[in-house]
Ligand binder design. Sequence first.
Ligand code: F6P
Length: 362
Amino acid sequence: MAEGKRTIGVVTGGGDCPGLNAAIRAIVLHASLEYGWRVVGVADGFDGLIWPERSRELTVETVRGILPQGGTILGTTNRGDPFAYPVKEGGRASVQDYSARCLEGIQRLGIDALIVIGGNGTLAIAHRFSQMGMKIVGVPKTIDNDLRCTEVTLGYDSALHVATDASDRLRTTAESHHRVMVMEVMGRDAGWIALGAGIAGGANVILLPEIPFTIENICGMIRRREAMGRRSSLIVVAEGVRLPGQEARAQDVPGPLAGHAANAIASALRELVDQEVRVAVIGHLQRGGSPSPFDRVLATRFGVGAVELAAREGYGRMVSLQGGKIESALIAEAIHPVRLVDPAGDVVRAARAVGITFGDRL
Ligand code: F6P
C-alpha cells in the first residue's frame, strides 16, 4: 500500500443477489485504474468492520474473472445490524451495539470512504453511520426491487429471469396434468417479482402484498377458465402476501417460513376446486447464479458511478437509475418508505387488460 493513497472500502450487505461481483469488479477497476486508489473489501457485511482482520485488499488481479459469478466474493449477512447485533454466549442470547467498533474498524483498515452495496436494511444502517460522520456512498441492490429513487435495483432483472423461466416450466407441466399450480416467489414487502414474472410467464392469477385478495375470487377465475375449457391455471404469489382474514403477513421473518403463503392458498383452494393443486416454491434460486446481461451492465454502471460519487465527495448518497441515466439520490430518501407496486399503476392495469386477476374482484 502506497503511503498517502486514498483508500475506499467496499461492503456487500443483506441478502445476496446476482450482479454483486460485477459491481465489486467495476468499483475496483475504476478506483484503481482511473484514480489510483487502494480498495479494501470488507468481509461479510458490516461484520468485516466489527472484525476488521477478516477484510482484505482488492486489486485488479483479485477481481479478474468475477464478472459473471453469482454471490459475492466478500460474503454477506442479513443478520448483522451492528446497532443491534445478536450475540450468543454460553447459550444466552443478547443484543449488543457494535457501531463504535465499526467506526474503529474503519480507522484500522484506513478506509476514507465506504461504498455500501445493499438493499433497504443495509442502506438504513449505512445511513445511520453516515449521520455519525462515516463517508458513505450507496449502491442499490435487492431482488425485491423495493428501493425508492431508482427505476430498478441491481439483481431484480436476474431474479425475474429465474422466476419467469420457472413459470414457463410450471405452466407446461400444469397443462399436461390439468392442474392448478401455485408458484411462490420472493418479495417480502413488495410484489415486484410476482408482478413481473406473472406477466412475463403468462400467469392467470397474481397475488401481491399490495392488493388484498379473497380465495373466492381466485376460485371464480379457475371456474371461469374451466368453463372455457382451460383445465389448468397458474397462480404466482409473492411470499409476503397477507392471507385473507389474517392481519399478520404470511411471512414476517424471511427464510424459515418460505412456502407458507403458497401452501396456505393451495390448501384453501383444494377445499373449493375440483382440479388438483400443486405448489412450487422457487425461493433462493432467485438469488443465486449468474447475473443477466442487464444486471451485468447495470452493476458496471452503478460501480463506476459509485466511484465517481466518492470522487465528488457525494457522501450520504447512492447511485441510481433515473430516466435511463446514472444519477444519484439521498440514501435517506431511498430507504423509506419501501417502494411498493402501485395497484392503480400502468403495469397492474396492463396485466388486468390481458385478463390476469389479482384476486381482488370476481
Ligand atoms: O430481501 C431479499 C429477500 O430475498 C426477500 O425477498 C426474502 O424474504 C429474504 O431476502 C430471504 O432471506 P433469507 O436469505 O434470510 O432467507
